[in-house]
Design a protein around this ligand. Structure first.
Ligand code: COA
Length: 246
């Protein structure tokens, strides 16, 4: 994966590190980044040496300041720009991964940036973080899952208020709204994400994956269906473990 231009991907001690790497434009999400992210997500999904992944942004200014606005302006229309952008289902792939994904967020986390963060399972932010969904101001709606993932994290009323007013959220409020799990000083951001990753990766990858599936898939089900899902996953896991022993 050394031919990447706008993402740095490395593996170390069973952790996959994904860094959005266009710091001169606040890591704005362009088509190249979409294609590279797609490849990185496939690698995380398929590589048994990776048990958990951490997503972060290069530079001091931002995790990601949203879609690259220059691509919006060069396409024949914002609608075509958006179609081009989403023809690869990065977001579906993101949400299908059963390994835990941790977002380490600093600075601006806007538009596609917050949507990437919402595709992750656990979000840690530094004190300088600022979240926003500027789509209303551009006359469009979120298209990287934000209209679905945000209400599932912060609830319907808060999500509507954030999306419809376009107002920005700073660290303290993000923590209060449960948009982020933890707020830490900037210097502790990556170490905090690594501490979490190290705790998680110490456990059985199968148990981790099945637990993530039980929670993420279960949230879209009734309690009864969710309990059935948990029982099915639990039985499959026990069968797998029994098979390994024989
Ligand atoms: N697409 C392309 N370039 C972007 C960008 C984006 N989404 N966001 C920032 N940049 C570029 C700027 O054009 C600037 O480039 P330059 O130095 O060549 O002029 C550089 O990143 C730094 O941004 P700047 O605006 O100078 O920083 P700032 O601290 O004054 O403001 C923001 C930061 C995030 C408030 C501002 O850049 C902004 O509003 N960006 C657009 C956010 C947005 O609407 N995203 C789309 C969501 S769908």
């Amino acid at each position: 994966m050394s031919n990447f231009e706008v993402i740095i991907y490395k593996k170390q001690d069973e952790v996959g590190y994904v860094t959005l790497n266009r710091p001169h434009v606040l890591n704005a999400y362009n088509i190249r980044m979409r294609d590279e992210l797609y490849q990185v997500l496939e690698a995380i999904r398929d590589d048994p040496e990776v048990k958990v992944a951490i997503f972060s942004g290069a530079g001091e200014g931002a995790f990601c300041a949203g879609a690259d606005l220059t691509e919006f302006l060069t396409a024949p229309s914002p609608i075509i720009a958006r179609q081009v952008r989403w023809e690869r289902d990065v977001w579906g792939l993101f949400l299908s991964i059963t390994k835990p994904l941790i977002a380490a967020l600093h600075g601006y986390v806007l538009g596609s940036g917050i949507e990437i963060a919402l595709c992750c399972d656990i979000r840690i932010a530094s004190e300088d973080v600022q979240f926003g969904v500027p789509e209303m101001g551009l006359g469009i709606i979120p298209a990287a899952g934000g209209s679905q993932t945000l209400p599932r994290v912060v609830g319907r009323a808060q999500a509507l208020e954030i999306l419809l007013t376009g107002r920005w959220i700073k660290a303290e409020e993000a923590h209060r709204l449960k948009l982020v799990n933890q707020v830490v000083p900037r210097s502790d951001l990556l170490p905090a994400a690594e501490r979490l990753a190290n705790k998680i990766k110490a456990y059985s990858p199968m148990a981790i994956s099945y637990t993530k599936q039980a929670i993420t898939r279960g949230l879209d089900l009734s309690l009864e269906q969710g309990l059935e899902l948990e029982a099915n996953l639990g039985n499959s896991l026990l069968a797998l473990l029994a098979g390994k022993k024989n």
